[in-house]
Design a protein around this ligand. Sequence first.
Ligand SMILES: [Mg+2]
Length: 224
Amino acid sequence: MHPDRNRTLWLFDLDDTLHRATPHIFDRMNHAMTAYVMRHLGLEEPAANELRREYWQRYGATLLGLMRRHAVDPDHFLRETHQFPDLDRLLDYDRPLRRLLKTLPGRKIIASNAPRHYVDAVLAAMGVTPHLHAIETIESMRYVPKPARSSLARILRRHRGLARRVVMVEDNLDNLKTARRLGLTTIWVSRDPGRPAFVDVKLKSVLQLSKHSRMPWRRQTASR
Ligand SMILES: [Mg+2]
């Protein structure tokens, strides 16, 4: 293999980056999380929603609030709130994704805030698992989701190796902001207008990465 082939490390988000999770999948997750809070804490729906809002603001995720305030088992919560027996019917993605991930030069890894069983199922349903080198999920981030700097830094320590350039591909701007602070190249997958200064490249679809050799890459020094 050519020595430069693995010099680029790609960190791909999953939901709303490699496939469209809004509205079907996210809607289902959202309801499942509220139902879990209602069941677990014995709350009516408005109170459960209010608590979720509070935990989201204070901790960045419903899960973190439940863990810290109610000693909820994170694996139980993640299993119960990410049940998709009909995933094939719900999944909305572009078929050429498989070819893109197969041919894109470099090491490709998934960095998702979702749980492992769900990420594995989505990747398998899209047929892209064989083209990925590693999968990082909320469990391997010790339940501290992106955009936490510590979680992203941990992933980089594991995978950066000899990479000359690390590129994060995401729909979420907060995550990209952390990525830029850690010295990464940032690609925003979005149809929203504008482009914040910490975004290097904006793409309407991840499929546009097939033109990666013509990307205006930012010069990157390996900061560890
Ligand atoms: Mg996303």
